[in-house]
Design a protein around this ligand. Structure first.
Ligand code: SF4
Ligand code: FES
Length: 364
């Protein structure tokens, strides 16, 4: 325990149930059923254990976390423990009354996702009609209640030209932050990768737009941006490094170092039904599999950036290089780095087709 630093943040995936059908969903292909979800008492115990472990911020996520009727109890418990609570929501299923009860329970922050800035595109991407006007009402209610708002936009080929519109929309909604997050290709998103992948030219233009807006609006709004991996030269420190800063608890109680960790075969995940969070953080095989640098092969092992990006993303290494022990192929030192750009270019060159939505062969 003494040699392992405490986690700072925890993603509490309260449910996989969700009214939207976003094609870039990073949740697993097989979702946890409602009957398998942790009951309220277990979540409260897990939050208490998280606070004792050192967690100061909990992201209440899903699926759509407001689908849980006990969300107020969970938020209230976070507040009692002194944990900062962030609700990550699509806004669908929420109304001002429920928001008010959540704020009264101690909710600290709301992160509201938008699929697009125009109604037609918002409906098409989320697979649900009428969702944009709904989100706008929720955003207004959040700021009316005095809670800090972050607007989140997952960016991909269909909406990449709307980046400036997203930022201007966030300002109109009095958001303090806007998150421009390029789609990551794990879980369900991998199935739709060809329909999501922007071209290199679109990506370069997007990065330039963010740079320009950050300068122009530096005293107006904070713009966070996650650049698209496939055209990068160095990988991101995914999750701030495996098992270094944060942990995810799935709806059924499995504890994961990242939301896509279950795609890595042969990892053993422990669950909060059987173990304490502290035992899992320190001793579970999955957390120790890629913690630190001892597991690394070349080129990471001798690389000067190995404690900067921690070898990048293990799940992406598995998905593209075939082994989670390899360097993230985003890295220009990876022997298959060129494969990333080639995949991206080939997929971005394909015509846009209908999305593959969860749960049906529905195509809008
Ligand atoms: Fe990061 Fe490994 Fe690439 Fe070095 S070789 S930059 S540690 S991914
Ligand atoms: Fe699993 Fe990056 S998503 S390590």
């Amino acid at each position: 325990m003494t040699a392992i630093a405490a986690p700072i943040g925890m993603l509490a995936e309260l449910t996989h149930r969700c009214p939207l059908h976003c094609p870039y969903c990073s949740n697993p292909i097989e979702l946890d059923k409602r009957s398998a979800e942790l009951e309220t008492g277990t979540w409260l115990r897990v939050l208490s254990e998280a606070a004792r472990l050192g967690v100061v911020q909990v992201h209440l996520s899903g699926g759509e976390p407001t689908a849980r009727k006990d969300l107020e109890a969970i938020v209230r418990h976070c507040a009692g423990l002194g944990i900062y609570s962030n609700l990550i929501t699509s806004g669908i299923g929420l109304d001002e009354r429920r928001l008010t009860t959540l704020v009264e329970a101690g909710l600290d922050h709301v992160q509201l996702s938008f699929q697009a800035t125009t109604p037609e595109m918002n409906d098409l991407i989320g697979g649900l009609g009428g969702s944009l006007s709904y989100k706008l009402k929720i955003a207004a209610a959040v700021t009316r209640l005095g809670i800090p708002l972050t607007v989140n936009a997952v960016i991909h080929r269909r909406n990449i030209a709307q980046i400036e519109d997203f930022v201007r929309l966030a300002i109109r909604l009095s958001a303090r932050r806007v998150e421009i997050a390029h789609a990551q290709y794990y879980g369900w998103a991998l199935k739709n990768r060809a329909n999501l992948m922007p071209t290199r030219e679109e990506t370069v233009a997007a990065v330039a737009t963010v740079t320009r807006l950050r300068e122009e609006l530096k005293n107006v709004i904070v713009i966070d941006a996650v650049i698209p991996d496939y055209y990068a030269r160095y990988p991101k420190a995914c999750m701030g490094g495996w098992a270094r800063q944060s942990l995810n608890v799935t709806p059924s109680g499995k504890v994961l170092p990242c939301h896509a960790a279950e795609t890595i075969p042969d990892l053993e995940f422990w669950t909060v039904r059987d173990k304490s969070l502290a035992d899992i953080w320190c001793d579970s095989p999955a957390f120790n599999a890629f913690r630190g640098t001892g597991w690394m092969r070349e080129p990471c092992r001798s690389c000067e950036r190995r404690e900067i990006d921690w070898g990048g993303c293990r799940c992406q290494a598995l998905a593209v290089a075939g082994s989670a022990l390899e360097a993230d192929p985003v890295c220009q030192k990876s022997p298959i780095h060129d494969r990333m750009a080639a995949i991206a270019a080939a997929e971005a060159a394909q015509p846009l087709r209908g999305y593959q939505y969860r749960g049906s062969a529905k195509r809008l």
